[in-house]
Design a protein around this ligand. Structure first.
Ligand SMILES: [Zn+2]
Length: 133
């Protein structure tokens, strides 16, 4: 995909996630009290309402939960491409919205095993994407 794509704008809640991506690491929030992973980043644990959240590196292994194939997009995107919910192995229901790459879009399947990799956009920003393993 083209480097003309818009870049993420990290804020206090998401900076650790994007810093992790810049270092080729998938980092997610984790509750210090109940050890539940949280994604998207939040101020409070969804499971126990604790505000004692830290960040942990996760494996980046998961499976395709659901997906769509995009055929029409702004000019700066190469179509078709796949946008999917990836369920990570660390916790049932822990899902990240991302792209599935390295696979013809019509071959993506539910339950397909994938692993994170990082696509360099620009200015040191890496985007996590998932490739079948
Ligand atoms: Zn919690």
């Amino acid at each position: 995909m083209s480097a003309k794509r818009p870049l993420p704008l990290p804020d206090d809640q998401t900076r650790e996630f994007w810093d992790g991506c810049a270092n080729q690491e998938l980092r997610l929030q984790c509750c210090e009290d109940c050890e539940t992973y949280i994604h998207q980043p939040a101020a409070m644990c969804h499971a126990c309402n604790s505000t004692r959240l830290n960040w942990k590196r996760v494996s980046g292994n998961g499976e395709v939960y659901s997906w769509v194939v995009v055929y029409q997009a702004p000019a700066s995107y190469d179509v078709p491409y796949v946008v999917g919910w990836i369920e990570l192995v660390e916790q049932p229901g822990l899902r990240i919205l991302s792209n599935v790459v390295g696979c013809p879009p019509d071959q993506v399947q539910a339950g397909m095993q994938v692993q994170v990799e990082f696509e360099a956009l620009a200015d040191g920003v890496n985007l996590p994407v998932f490739r079948p393993v």
